[in-house]
Design a protein around this ligand. Structure first.
Ligand code: BGC
Length: 846
């Protein structure tokens, strides 16, 4: 059955503006509120919620991140969350219906955790592979982003939970994110960065949108009248709530006048009492506050939080409950992208498939599984997207469970994952001691690793934040190998770090240019080296004597102990890996990035795999021609060895069931049928957009509409793997293409391989004579539609793909409107952005 590349939202329950079901009850509630209560409703009462107003029957509304799970109101592992694969993975499925199912299962989690608003999806674009939160966004293409995002929003909201499009707009990198002014010309803004917001609002009606930290063309986004009122409200008719990114709102009159509805987090914000005062001083009209409160009450009504209003989705109409674990496993396997699968590798695959994958159990001798991440997979990206998973299946556990009994499977670590420090974990037994100013112990809490992230309201043992004076991480470390071990601290403030009887640091860490949330997101800093013998326990202590962090209304404790194994250890580990690979029939190497590479609050500076992983792969591949490399990263990495190994499988950050899904894919129980949602360059130097660091506070989007494949088309060099690329386990022949409606293309595709598989038919359009001389510069071709479906060997499938009008329009800056460019367009049905299969012509009239 063919699944068109868009989601049908006919059954969608949450209509738009002036819904008669709600207008009466909203107006009645508004009329009963005084100015102070109205102003209070527009400000967070704490980190995650808006206040209840019992006098009008309004309950408190709770929000939570997003996007791979629902964290809930705490920031601790005590309240685990179902953890789905990263957004890049979801986009790699090219399947809005799968995204819809992800949305449904997350809404189910939200109901379980008492959350009403999910702070997701992130629909900023992959402008540059260096963007720190690349893993958290979908694609370099606005159409793919919009379709996947619409599926996700629909799934969340048809289950009675609100979704939040974020971050509006042009929040495509992290450096100086609170202050950067992104200079983007109007056409680029419309055709690329605003496009997914526009389409998702039109098709899936998200109930919230999050205003970004950054400025665009001189105005900070929370005060951006032209975009938040002019475009969003007046042009697009958006009736949802605009919530600030956390701590993004700076000015009371500027923000409310600029279209912001809710300032988060609380309790101190620019709204609340400050807003009431601004009205009394005549700086803000009360009618503006009323219009804003109306939108928040409408949201509450939709969610069933306002007495007298039936929720948009009553409990009885929610979709049937889903098995979250099974869903996480299926999405992961569906998202994996097979980049290489070398043919005719010996011994020949008895499954009759040319490549080394899937590994056929009958042909599998011993397997050497190599890599730190094979045992401790990186299942999700860092920053606010972090959730705390329950049970995680590692690649090692997944394979062990799936391989036939008796198959020899060995694991070796291979090489350190890191160029630097990572949270103290392996070999550490740690706890945290919280003390008051007299030195009395307020709480004593075991720690799973060297990371502390507590919010003021949820300190261990119910300790009182105001009484807290110091926090000490204490414990023992048993080194696996002897040698110079590096130790470090993470966080801001005054620290004393001792290892055994040696004090490695006693001082203050507070760099002047740190990101405002650096205490949470900043990288660790090395403080010294201790020469330690293997196997002997040593005492470690990290005393934070100013542990309390506050920024605006954010209050908590966030710092950590970091560690790095002796450098020389890698030599020995690589030798062990090479020996294990040489002795096995097949070597599987899992390579990964870390939280100091892909996270929030900073961008990447390199696409290299951290540590000596490239060397590890090269050495293993030289020792065993049957080497399969599994890439565990949320964003592109350089793979200098990619043509020297038998197979390359990208598994992204695969969520909690990643290891089980990996076994499914490697053994052929599931097809890794994902296609890249973004171009993977060979080397960073060749990537078209590499500038993510503002100059004097300004980041210029000078490349205009030429990002991703739109830019590679004009490039001298070829990427390692193009946008849309992915092999799967079968092959597809495009047999026929025809125009069957004004903008509807029919494509017939046949599964010519020997396995049931999934196709992703991609339609690109390219202007033949449709760009007038001297007219706007346009890409050679762009994605205009797609469809994904499964078929048995030999089966032919026909799909009709209707291309949107927008595919033939540009933003005309002179008239300030969309203009259709008439003329002839070539329409390609393609395997990926650089491999067209069939083409036809389409004539667009003006
Ligand atoms: C992030 C948002 C997130 C918010 C709340 C911000 O720092 O940019 O994406 O929803 O924090 O955690």
């Amino acid at each position: 059955m063919a699944t068109p590349g868009d989601v049908t939202t006919d059954a969608y329950p949450g209509g738009y503006a002036d819904d008669p079901r709600y207008s009466k009850v909203v107006e009645a509630a508004l009329a009963r509120l005084d100015l102070d209560s109205k102003a209070r409703l527009l400000a967070g009462q704490d980190l995650w919620s808006l206040p209840a107003l019992p006098e009008i029957g309004l309950s408190s509304l709770v929000m939570s991140d997003g996007p791979v799970g629902v964290r809930g109101s705490g920031w601790t592992p005590d309240d685990p969350s179902l953890t789905l694969p990263s957004p890049t993975a979801l986009a790699a499925s090219w399947d809005p219906e799968l995204a819809r199912r992800a949305g449904r299962v997350l809404a189910q989690e939200a109901h379980r955790k008492g959350v009403h608003v999910l702070l997701a999806p992130t629909i900023n674009l992959h402008r540059s592979p260096l963007g720190g939160r690349h893993f958290e966004a979908y694609s370099e293409d606005p159409l793919l982003t919009a379709r996947v995002g619409a599926g996700y929003v629909t799934g969340v909201q048809e289950s009675g939970v609100a979704a939040t499009l974020k971050h509006f707009v042009a929040n495509d990198a992290e450096t100086e994110r609170f202050t950067v002014d992104n200079q983007v010309d109007e056409r680029t803004l419309r055709e690329l960065y605003l496009a997914p917001f526009e389409e998702i609002i039109a098709t899936a009606h998200p109930w919230l949108l999050m205003s970004a930290y950054n400025s665009v063309n001189g105005s900070t986004m929370t005060e951006h009248r032209a975009l938040q009122i002019g475009v969003l409200r007046e042009e697009w008719g958006y009736d949802g709530v605009v919530v600030s990114d956390w701590l993004a709102a700076r000015d009371t009159a500027g923000a409310i006048g600029g279209g912001l509805d809710v300032a988060m987090p609380g309790p101190q914000t620019v709204f609340g009492p400050a807003l009431a005062a601004a009205v009394r001083e005549g700086k803000v009209a009360e009618a503006t506050v009323d219009a804003t409160v109306r939108r928040v009450l409408l949201l509450a009504a939709r969610l069933g939080l306002l007495a007298g209003a039936e929720p948009a989705v009553p409990a009885a109409r929610r979709p049937a409950p889903t098995d979250g674990t099974a869903c996480a496993r299926e999405i992961a396997a569906r998202s994996f992208v097979l980049l290489r699968n070398k043919q005719r590798i010996l011994p020949l695959n008895p499954a009759g498939i040319g490549g080394i994958l899937p590994l056929h159990p009958a042909g599998i001798g011993g397997i050497a599984l190599i890599g730190h991440a094979a045992r401790h997979a990186r299942i999700l990206g860092g920053g606010s997207a972090t959730v705390f998973p329950g049970a995680v299946v590692s690649p090692l556990e997944g394979l062990r469970a799936a391989l036939p009994e008796g198959t020899p499977l060995t694991w070796v670590r291979g090489a350190g994952l890191s160029d630097g420090l990572s949270p103290a974990a392996d070999g550490f037994t740690l706890r945290a001691i919280l003390r008051d100013a007299s030195g009395a112990v307020l709480a004593d809490q075991p720690l799973p690793d060297g990371r502390i992230r507590w919010m003021a309201e949820t300190l261990p043992g119910g300790a009182d934040f105001d009484a807290l004076d110091t926090v000490e991480i204490v414990g023992t470390f048993v080194p696996r190998t002897g040698g110079p071990h590096a130790f470090g601290t993470r966080g801001l403030g005054v620290f004393r770090l001792t290892v055994g009887d040696k004090t490695l640091f006693d001082g203050v860490h507070r760099p002047a240019d740190a990101d405002p949330l650096a205490a949470i997101t900043g990288p660790p800093v090395e403080r010294g080296v201790a020469d330690l013998p293997a196997g002997l326990p040593v005492e470690v202590r990290l005393l934070a004597s100013t542990p309390k962090m506050s920024y605006g209304s954010l209050r908590g404790v966030t710092f950590g102990l970091a560690h790095h194994e002796p450098i020389g250890e890698d030599d020995q580990l690589i030798e062990e890996a090479v020996a294990a690979a040489a002795a096995a029939d097949t070597a599987i190497v899992v390579v990964a990035t870390t939280e100091t590479v892909e996270s929030e609050g900073f961008d990447r500076s390199s696409l290299r795999l951290p540590g000596r992983q490239d060397e590890l792969v090269a050495r293993v591949a030289a020792a065993n021609p049957r080497t399969v490399v599994v890439v565990n990263a949320g964003a592109p990495v350089e793979m200098p060895w990619r043509n020297d190994v038998a197979a390359v499988l990208v598994v992204w950050f695969p969520g909690e069931q990643g290891g089980a899904a990996l076994a499914d894919a490697l053994l052929g129980h599931a097809e890794p049928a994902g296609r890249l949602p973004t171009t993977w360059p060979s080397r960073l130097e060749e990537a078209p957009v590499r500038e993510v660091t503002p100059k004097a506070g300004v980041l210029r989007y000078d490349e205009e509409v030429f990002i991703g494949y739109r830019a590679w088309q004009r490039h001298d060099s070829e990427p390692a793997y193009p946008f849309g690329f992915g092999l799967g386990y079968t092959s597809w022949e495009y047999e026929h293409i025809e125009l069957v409606g004004a903008r509807t293309i029919r494509v017939r595709t046949r599964n010519t391989g020997s396995r049931h598989g999934r196709a992703v038919v991609q339609i690109y359009v390219s202007p033949t004579d449709a760009t007038p001389a001297g007219g706007p510069r346009r890409p050679e071709q762009w994605l205009a539609g797609f469809a994904s479906f499964t078929a048995c060997p030999g089966q032919a499938t026909e799909v009709d793909i209707t291309l949107p009008e927008r595919a033939f329009q540009i933003w005309d800056t002179t008239s300030g409107s969309w203009a259709t460019l008439p003329g002839r367009y070539t329409v390609h049905a393609a395997h990926d952005a650089t491999t067209p299969a069939l083409s036809t012509e389409l004539h667009i009239t003006g």
